[in-house]
Ligand binder design. Structure first.
Ligand code: 5GP
Ligand code: MN
Length: 336
């Protein structure tokens, strides 16, 4: 383990630095990574953000985005960068399997590894960590790392602030989840003071869909939603053909699951989707219903108590049936 003084010493000289985040990056993954990137480049470091897989257009506009490398498109370059890095920042994930094949490369690298994350149960692969499961977003922890641990509030410029705002806004469901504390609002206010234009950022992220995504949402709401009032649960089941028909890309299904939670009384929602190789589940809940337990126990996944994901083998219908069979186990929580 490393202490903050040693890390500060290391960061006092220009270093080769890699920042990485989980596969299929979301707003917090890219926002926290690019926020940290825009901070580090001000100090003369040579920094690359490597995303394990690509990400959607509504996240591709942030400052620094043109410098991001997608691992699957640049295998050799990314491998060389990881091998040569003196410091690797691991953001918004805490198990090497979450960065796919990159996990092996990061695991065997001699770089100092810094974890900044808010997921439960971290694996032990890092030398320094800013880890807090109460944080609403990894971007919140990146802000605290820069401001409180490195004492560099003056380096939170407009670019840093814009990216961190994206992370906090998206992971807190636009400041609506219970972990959106007064501290989060104070940090958000600091980010606006530093130049983040909140209404423009909202527009870039949420009012930036291609037409097909809205039409696909229409299909999901009218044809693919099943509501099980007995369990206060709603399930979307989406086929591969649906995705192909509407030309839905990675990341464009993000957020649809939340519509089910807007039905009065519904406490848990599942978005179950047939990807080319397996079935992917996104679960969301309100209150004490631990969807991370469900994902961990039954679907090789995990996440947060109210927002988790996982995968399963078998047909879409089989996975939907499997999910329904799990509901009686959680009935007490679901109907209280
Ligand atoms: P989503 O439903 O948006 O894919 O994921 C929701 C949350 O669950 C995110 O915080 C994400 O990091 C986590 N998550 C999604 N899929 C997995 C998975 O396969 N394994 C683990 N450990 N966490 C996941
Ligand atoms: Mn996050």
């Amino acid at each position: 383990m490393l202490d903050i003084d040693r890390l500060t010493e290391l960061l006092a000289l220009p270093q080769k630095i890699v920042i990485t985040t989980h596969h299929k990056p979301d707003g917090d993954a890219m926002g926290s990574s690019l926020g940290l990137y825009n901070y580090l480049i001000q100090q003369g470091h040579y920094v690359k953000v490597i995303a394990p897989t690509d990400y959607p257009g509504y996240l591709s506009w942030m400052p620094g985005n043109d410098e991001v490398i997608v691992y699957t498109d640049h295998l050799a370059e990314a491998a060389a960068l990881i091998e040569e890095a003196k410091i690797i920042f691991c953001l918004d994930f805490n198990a090497l399997s979450r960065i796919n094949e990159m996990g092996g490369l990061v695991g065997k690298s001699n770089a100092v590894k810094v974890l900044i994350d808010h997921h439960l149960e971290p694996e032990d692969f890092f030398d320094y960590s800013c880890w807090d499961t109460k944080a609403c977003a990894t971007a919140q922890l990146v802000y605290k790392f820069i401001v409180n641990e490195l004492n560099h509030k003056e380096l939170v410029n407009k670019d840093v602030a814009t990216c961190l705002y994206v992370g906090i806004m998206t992971d807190s469901a636009s400041f609506c989840l219970p972990n959106t504390t007064a501290e989060v609002h104070r940090i958000t206010a600091d980010l606006i003071d530093a130049g983040a234009v909140n209404w423009q950022i909202y527009d870039q992220v949420y009012n930036n869909s291609p037409e097909n995504r809205l039409r696909f949402l229409g299909l999901c709401l009218s044809e693919r939603l099943e509501v099980l009032y007995e369990y206060n649960t709603a399930i979307f089941a989406v086929t591969k053909q649906d995705l192909e028909k509407y030309g839905i890309q990675t990341g464009e299904t993000e957020g649809i699951v939340n519509y089910a939670l807007s039905i009065a009384g519904i406490k848990m929602a599942a978005f179950i989707i047939e990807r080319s190789d397996k079935i992917k589940l996104s679960l969301r809940s309100k209150g004490d219903i631990p969807v991370n337990d469900i994902c961990k126990k039954y679907f090789n996944g995990g996440g947060h108590r109210n927002a988790s994901g996982g995968t399963s083998e078998g047909s879409l219908q089989q996975v939907v049936n499997q999910f329904k069979l799990i509901l009686p186990e959680y009935k007490k929580l679901l109907i209280q």
